[in-house]
Write a protein that binds this ligand. Structure first.
Ligand code: NDP
Length: 268
């Protein structure tokens, strides 16, 4: 009998640690499933996803740069995906494709684990792509004061339409003191530089949505160099958002202790 098939779709996707995380979840919970990486051409998202599901796939994680494409492609969305206009998880439900967004829940859980989250903290998010859209609503509901900076200014006005209380600033004009600076750009993933005033990192808690097993992403290293107060990569967020996706797909919840063990073993 064939096992249920899942994948993470992206471009690039070779760096993704999601297959390792879902393999651990499956082993811990005794679920039989297959989870692999699916590389799609940037202009071929619809074709890649349609083929995957026509072939019997049960669910997809969606990473950069396809979260907006996924939002457009699915048949229906949950409230968090609707709010963010971005989908990072697709599940097949009774023949319909349902889109969810678990990024914000994942980030909030990780910021809580780090002890960084508090009412009124001043957060600067660099980037206005799919990931940024997904984390804004959950952070604002935690009563954080959120500002988004982006290179392409038209994306900032799109966000303002959906989140009228949001502050925005062009990336090249960003300055000042922040409690938390979050890198939600794909600059380093694309091996590009992020041309931003590095003094914003001084004395701030700097969080990179990018991740790697040793935690030393380019953004983390750069923020340390600029005397950040504390730093973290996004591996914790990745594990927490994956657990939310696993719940939608397999109807199984992983508790905090298990997730903390998964996160520690990803670091080794
Ligand atoms: P998108 O492709 O949707 O958006 C990319 C964003 O990065 C845009 O705002 C873009 O700006 C900006 N950007 C890209 N290159 C540069 C550059 N050289 N200088 C300045 N800005 C740049 O990607 P996502 O939002 O989906 O993902 C962003 C990152 O977050 C990725 O690295 C992804 O892996 C990571 N991520 C991690 C998660 C986790 O669980 N840890 C979850 C979700 C995402 P512009 O609009 O000007 O093009």
């Amino acid at each position: 009998m064939s096992v249920d098939r899942y994948a993470v779709i992206g471009n690039p996707v070779a760096h993704s640690l999601s297959p390792r995380i879902h393999a651990m979840f499956a082993e811990i919970t005794g679920q039989e499933l297959e989870y692999f990486r699916l590389h799609s051409p940037t202009d071929g998202f619809d074709r890649s996803v349609t083929e995957f599901f026509d072939d019997g796939g049960q669910g997809l994680s969606v990473t950069a740069p396809f979260k907006s494409d996924a939002f457009r492609w699915v048949d229906q969305t949950d409230p968090l995906a609707q709010e963010s206009a971005a989908v990072n998880t697709i599940a097949r439900r009774n023949g319909r494709m349902v889109g969810y967004n678990t990024d914000g829940l994942g980030l909030v859980q990780d910021l809580r684990r780090l002890g960084w989250l508090a009412k009124e903290v001043k957060i600067l998010i660099l980037g206005a792509g799919g990931a940024s859209g997904g984390i804004l609503g959950p952070l604002m509901r935690e009563e954080c004061r959120v500002t988004v900076a982006n290179r392409t200014e038209s994306k900032l006005s799109n966000l303002k339409e959906r989140f009228p209380n949001l502050s925005t600033v062009p990336l090249k004009q960003v300055e000042g003191q922040w409690d938390i600076v979050i890198n939600a750009t794909s600059a380093f993933l694309r091996k590009q530089s992020l041309n931003v005033n590095s003094s914003i990192m001084f004395n701030a808690r700097c969080y990179d949505l990018g991740y790697q097993p040793d935690g030393l992403t380019s953004f983390v290293v750069e923020s340390r160099r600029w005397s950040a107060r504390e730093v973290s990569d996004g591996l914790g967020m990745l594990v927490f958002q994956a657990a939310e996706a696993f719940k939608f797909w397999r109807n199984v919840e992983l508790d905090a202790e298990v997730l903390s063990k998964v996160l520690s073993s990803m670091r080794s």
